[in-house]
Ligand binder design. Structure first.
Ligand code: SF4
Ligand code: SF4
Length: 171
């Protein structure tokens, strides 16, 4: 008998508690302050360092590069809205939103591209970093212009040459 009464008791409890869900989309959805939706990238702050790309679990962020350009690409279709990218961005270029109604019939709406120009090495002319990263390093580290103007390979070569000169070796 008590087994039979259990469903009745549950109906009474549910009736007293009232409705817990919303009739979305016929009613406004409940979006709390800590809800995590799509991210937004501020192209003016982003410097193309790739920290967010390394931190992104489902590869929703990618870096695509050729000789002149480096493009940071965000694809909402892969994003799991974890916001790890926001935590790791050194430039504060990414902010979270509470936007979640993202359905579209145009796939290009799901992509964001941030395009950076790349700096060419003063010695070998190969491009090695974005212009903005070079500016960021110049502002935050006390390195000479001569050091910043060269790609890592040329810097290494110059260093070895200087070392060999100091030890009386040959160039
Ligand atoms: S919110 Fe998470 S999944 Fe989405 S782009 Fe950022 S790190 Fe990747
Ligand atoms: S971590 Fe920030 S600055 Fe670096 S590429 Fe991502 S958005 Fe740009």
């Amino acid at each position: 008998m008590s087994k039979l009464l259990k469903p009745v008791k549950l109906v009474v409890i549910a009736g007293e508690a009232g409705r817990a869900t919303r009739k979305y989309p016929f009613e406004e959805p409940l979006v709390t302050l800590d809800f995590r939706g799509k991210i937004e990238i501020d192209a003016s702050k982003c410097m193309g360092c790739g920290a967010c790309v390394n931190a992104c679990p489902p590869n929703a962020l990618q870096l695509i590069e050729d000789k002149e350009k480096l493009v940071l690409r965000y694809f909402i279709g892969r994003c799991i809205f974890c916001w790890r990218c926001i935590d790791v961005c050194p430039a504060g270029a990414i902010k979270g939103t509470r936007e979640f109604e993202l359905a579209t019939d145009d796939i290009s709406d799901l992509y964001t591209h941030v395009v950076h120009s790349r700096k060419a090495c003063a010695s070998c002319d190969n491009t090695y970093a974005t212009e903005k990263i070079i500016r960021y390093v110049a502002e935050h580290a006390s390195l000479s212009e001569e050091y910043l103007d060269k790609c890592p390979d040329c810097r290494k070569r110059n260093f070895i040459k200087a070392l060999s000169r100091r030890r009386g070796g040959f160039e």
